[in-house]
Design a protein. Structure first.
Lengths: 198, 198
DNA sequence: TGGCTTTGTCAACGAGTGTTGGCCTACAGT
DNA sequence: ACTGTAGGCCAACACTCGTTGACAAAGCCA
């Protein structure tokens, strides 16, 4: 367990990053303090500044490289795309805490919201576009999928809404699958005329 | 415009509450400072404490009495319940900022999350139960509806996800309606056996 | 007019924050 | 053995926060 003192920096950097991710995920950006993160990592707060420069940059490092690892949906049988997507997200979240980080922080921190925009544009939209009937509709369909997926994550991992946390991952997947399928491939619904909009 | 000095307290109290709601909605709980709220209301920070006791109590007052005013779904033709529900939520949010307050604050503040649990249990679950095939399923179905509805609000009003904000309220309603309908009345989906869960 | 309550301001406290610079220590290379 | 350097800690700064108590002004009531 006892290591030589030099060439230890990589280990410490990683420890800080892990502690930061946990704190950001558990408390959001503002309540996650440098001091608490440093305490979790077992080092002095000054080290955090030395290695990451500022809290903002530490957050950027903690929330960087969020890779959803979305599968190639074009290779999936068309009628299974929805359930496959739902299962993928659930799987991801039950084992990775990168997404709660962005969810909690994105609600109040502008930089986090911008990062979610980027993830949406570079990962979700292309994946959806691969199986979309009309590629021009991909952004809108991807946004709808994102809304359902983030909403479920919000209820389950952030708000801890009782009926949602007591469901198994399989149940959630079974419910979300058809909905994602609908957003992916259903015909664009006609908006009623303003006459009966009220 | 100039009023007598006494009997002014009700006006000031209301001004504080309005400013508080705006700040909590725009910045979340932690970034909304008493000083900023007081400045918006045009008075001294000490007045906020005098009238509301503490920041926590001010937040409670600002987030209190969130009445979704859900319609009696039993009186709606069964096949229109989904679209009716979607339209109601959209209508509510485009004109009221009480919900963004809870969304932003609920992500990081425990008291806000608890308040959302209460709103869910006392308003959404009963409304859903009125049209649910099996009342025992009402909490789960209500949770799914809530997840989609909160997810849409998150993308549209908090994260400002571009494709979502550029949709009209009518388009969002048309997309969400069938999904809410599905959560309300579709048969409980069978969860596949563990054999093909991977 | 004189006192009492209400409405409000001002200055300050104590705690907690991100951040900085100086100092100590122990290893690596010579 | 000596020295340079990198890893790490400590103390402190400057600032903001929620919160408090003392004090001033203005109305109401007698």
């Amino acid at each position: 367990m006892i290591r030589s003192k030099s060439r230890q920096s990589a280990t410490t950097r990683a420890a800080i990053l892990n502690a930061a991710r946990e704190r950001f995920a558990a408390s959001g950006y503002e309540r996650a303090t440098i001091r608490a993160i440093a305490a979790d990592a077992g080092i002095d707060p000054a080290m955090v500044m030395r290695y990451y420069g500022s809290k903002e940059q530490l957050f950027a490092a903690a929330a960087a490289q969020v890779d959803l690892r979305l599968p190639d949906l074009a290779a999936v049988p068309p009628e299974e795309v929805g359930i496959r997507l739902a299962r993928h997200f659930l799987d991801r979240w039950e084992h990775d805490e990168a997404m709660p980080v962005l969810l909690r922080a994105g609600a109040t921190h502008e930089a986090a919201a911008q990062r979610m925009h980027k993830i949406f544009a570079t990962q979700i939209v292309p994946a959806v576009g691969a199986v979309c009937p009309d590629p021009a509709e991909a952004p809108a369909r991807a946004a709808l999928i994102t809304s359902q997926v983030l909403g479920a994550a919000l209820c389950r991992y952030v708000l801890h809404l009782p009926p949602f946390v007591s469901m198994t991952a399989g149940e959630v997947t079974a419910w979300l699958g058809p909905v994602l399928q609908h957003y992916l491939s259903a015909a664009d619904p006609q908006v009623r005329l303003p006459a009966d909009a009220r």
